[in-house]
Ligand binder design. Structure first.
Ligand code: Z5A
Length: 215
């Protein structure tokens, strides 16, 4: 373990974040379409994204398993992420591709840090040691908790984390917004109460601005 490990920002790594029912699926499709017009894009999700990481996802979310304690949940999120970075994200970036991820480390800061109350210094340490990279652009779809939960409820049985109380999701939302406010050069917050096409258009616009800055 090295105290000096730092995060490397990867301009071509774009992440999408938000609370329950924020509407990530529609936006992901629009962002993917935009990136694919110019070349290959690797799309992935967290937790999951490799065969092993998908098994970790199942352990984490299936309510029929023994519920992990908070630190186990945190470590499993990072185990999944370490595998995904090593097997999928880092190789794709090395090939010069864009990478689009449905959630990334900010979700651990929001859910395990904000939601569960895990020590933020521990999450920072895990991020530096086991992830090592940060996105160049993070789109945060922000929606009031009651609106998001009402949308998510329309989808059938909740997974283990979706079964949490409203207060948990309020803390998650507050943690996401605090991270966005602290890092405005990376985050773009999008009002996800607007109609799906409007939300997707704003996300694509933010991606275009990001790409224009890199050109
Ligand atoms: N988690 C964690 O705790 N720590 C971590 O480090 C990571 C994750 C990486 C799985 O994530 C869980 O893991 C998640 C966080 C936790 N926790 N929970 N609960 P996930 O991303 O796979 O699952 P999710 O957050 O439950 O995704 P989701 O609820 O499916 O969100 P979504 O993709 O944003 O929603 P959607 O499927 O696109 O839309 C939901 C519904 O709303 C659907 O019926 C849409 O038609 C509707 N919708 C979407 N947009 C709109 C608008 N604009 N208006 C009206 N209706 C809309």
């Amino acid at each position: 373990m090295s105290e000096a490990a730092v995060l490397r920002r990867e301009p071509r790594l774009v992440t999408l974040e938000g609370g329950e029912g924020a509407g990530k699926s529609t936006v992901l499709a629009a962002l993917r379409g935009e990136l694919e017009r110019d070349g290959r894009v690797t799309c992935t999700r967290e937790p999951g994204g490799t065969p092993l990481a998908e098994q970790i996802r199942e352990l984490l979310l299936d309510p029929s398993h023994e519920p992990p304690c908070d630190r186990t949940e945190l470590l499993l999120m990072f185990a999944s992420r370490a595998q995904l970075v090593a097997q999928v994200i880092a190789p794709a970036l090395e090939r010069g591709e864009w990478v689009l991820s449905d959630r990334f480390t900010d979700a651990s800061h929001a859910y395990q840090g904000g939601g569960r109350g895990c020590d933020p210094r521990l999450i920072d340490l895990l991020e530096r040691e086991f992830v090592g990279i940060a996105p160049g652009l993070t789109l945060l779809l922000d929606v009031p908790v009651d609106v998001g939960l009402a949308r998510a409820r329309g989808r059938g049985g909740p997974d283990r984390i979706e079964s949490e109380r409203v207060e948990f999701f309020e803390r998650v939302r507050a943690a996401y917004l605090a991270r966005a406010a602290a890092d405005p050069s990376r985050f773009v917050v999008i009002d996800a109460t607007r109609p799906p096409d409007d939300v997707a258009a704003r996300a694509v616009e933010a991606l275009r601005r990001h790409r224009a800055r890199l050109a």
